[in-house]
Design a binder for this molecule. Structure first.
Ligand code: SAH
Ligand code: SF4
Ligand code: F3S
Length: 479
């Protein structure tokens, strides 16, 4: 069945496809209503996100369709419909999915109406599909990253067909706009500005599971943001694997910096964030636009991956240690109050203790406000997986601990520079550990906890930064 549906949808344009999917939502509604009568209550659903911000944004799209179809969204996997939006960037993401599927099966045995669906990046790997077909027969629906806009149609197929429904595409150039979305936060939202990736860093599976890079039309992006702002959103996060190459392949090319300037004009929008910036494509134009902007947040996530020029070359990152340091230095000089964060991989094939020292040297020089350190994970099908000189686990662990310690020490030093200042924070939620505290985020992405009532959630307040606790602050609201 998958082949047939795919061929039809590939031929029609995005707007037609949107209409088509709304028809399937109506059809899904009928099935959900029937189920509702059988159960004597509204059926529930649960969407679980395993991956990055893009994965999370996709989950909001899934939730939007489920809600419109008549499900009640809950955060409990006991729900009548559970969907796992998976990630495969590192092997531990995959293992988490397999681990939790066993539990879902035991829940399904207790609830004969329960349906289980899997989607996202992990499903783009043929070996994963084989494994699920063989060992996880209780799964009802599987689809991938390229046809997520067809979710309503696939839901209907799931209700109508016996057995597992599987629909995986190898790639697509289709961008379908204006489908329903159910946001996790009322006041902030992610927005896809581009899909896929063309960089093929040698360790990374993303280009294989997300397809080729394609940018959304700037008009569609602006329209979506305007609607979000009208709906109460004050902060947006523009999403792409490499936002710095946004717009290059559009019919009327536009740079990422130009897009930001257009977005800046949207009235009522307070804060603009974006991720991720590939260092090789970060332009002076972008630095200048950020510098003069009132809305673009004082934060740049600039993944380093490694500080060793030799390893960077093997990683196909296309910059040297010196070029990276020069760029970081330029950004810190032009925008002194900016926070720099990064991603680092330890244990790439062939990495020596001397290479790790080069990484530590960059951390000491840049002094990131925060850094995510990952142990290299071999991803089948990537060039690095075929490299012979994989580093033994115990050696990786020593390097990893050293890098982590350097990150913690330098970050504390940098973050502490704000102590005693009064800065704006967007209040995001009630603190999970202590309900008398609120959690807010500074423009530079640093988290601050302070006393206050939950009516402030979604508001921007002034906060006195009293005590630095490593990566975050304890503060007080200033009236
Ligand atoms: N597009 C973004 C990153 C997407 S993946 C960028 O280029 O920066 C997020 C992070 O996961 C990467 O920055 C990298 O540090 C890490 N990562 C990707 N593949 C990995 C692998 N095979 N093993 C360990 N970490 C990996
Ligand atoms: Fe992966 Fe590199 Fe693309 Fe980022 S830029 S998603 S690390 S291939
Ligand atoms: Fe994101 Fe993981 Fe896919 S990091 S793009 S969800 S492989």
């Amino acid at each position: 069945m998958s082949q047939k549906i795919s061929q039809i949808t590939e031929k029609i344009n995005g707007a037609e496809e949107t209409k088509r999917q709304f028809l399937f939502i109506e059809k899904a509604k009928e099935y959900v209503q029937t189920l509702s009568k059988e159960l004597g209550r509204k059926p529930t659903c649960c969407v679980t996100t395993f991956g990055c911000q893009m994965n999370a944004r996709d989950s909001e799209k899934l939730a939007g369709i489920l809600e419109l179809a008549g499900y009640e969204l809950i955060e409990d996997e006991d729900a009548d419909f559970v969907i796992y939006n998976t990630c495969t960037v590192r092997d531990n993401a995959n293992q988490r999915v397999y681990g939790r599927l066993g539990h879902l099966n035991s829940l399904k045995k207790k609830n004969p109406h329960k349906k289980i669906a899997l989607c996202g990046c992990m499903m783009q790997e043929p070996s994963v599909i084989e494994k699920i077909k063989k060992s996880y027969r209780f799964v009802d629906l599987i689809f991938g990253t390229h046809n997520i806009y067809k979710f309503a149609e696939l839901l209907v197929a799931m209700f109508e067909q016996e057995g597992m429904v599987i629909d995986i595409w190898e790639d697509t150039d289709q961008i379908v706009e204006d489908l329903p979305v159910e946001r996790k936060y009322a006041f902030k939202s992610g927005i896809n500005i581009m899909f896929g990736c063309n960089n093929f860093c040698s360790y990374c599976i993303v280009p294989y599971v997300r397809g080729r890079e394609r940018s959304r039309n700037p008009k569609d992006i602006i329209r979506e943001i305007e609607r979000l702002v009208a709906d109460g959103v004050v902060e947006i996060m523009l999403l792409g694997q490499n936002v710095n190459s946004y717009g290059k392949n559009l019919e009327e090319p536009i740079t990422f910096a130009q897009l930001l300037e257009e977005i800046e004009k949207i009235e009522g929008l307070e804060r603009i964030r974006f991720m991720t910036s590939h260092p090789k494509d970060l332009s002076d134009e972008l630095i200048q636009v950020m510098k003069k902007s009132k809305k673009i947040c004082r934060h740049l996530h600039l993944p380093l991956q490694s500080g060793s020029t030799r390893i960077l070359k093997e990683m196909n990152r296309r910059y040297t240690k010196e070029q990276y340091l020069e760029l970081a230095n330029k950004i810190r000089t032009e925008i002194p109050d900016i926070a720099l964060t990064t991603d680092i991989i330890v244990g790439f094939p062939g990495e020596t203790p001397e290479d790790v020292e080069e990484t530590i040297d960059v951390i000491n020089k840049v002094k990131y406000e925060n850094a995510f350190t990952f142990i290299y994970s071999k991803r089948t099908g990537t060039p690095a997986a075929a490299m012979e000189n994989q580093v033994p686990e115990d050696v990786v662990k020593i390097g990893f601990d050293k890098v982590l310690k350097t990150v913690q020490d330098t970050a504390r030093e940098r973050v502490a520079l704000l102590e005693g200042k009064i800065l704006d924070a967007l209040v995001e939620e009630v603190n999970e550990q202590d309900a008398s505290l609120l959690t807010g985020r500074l423009s530079n992405n640093t988290i601050v906890h302070f006393k206050g009532g939950k009516e402030l959630i979604g508001k921007i307040v002034s906060v006195y930064l009293k005590e630095c606790h490593g990566f975050y602050y304890l503060g007080e609201i200033v009236e």
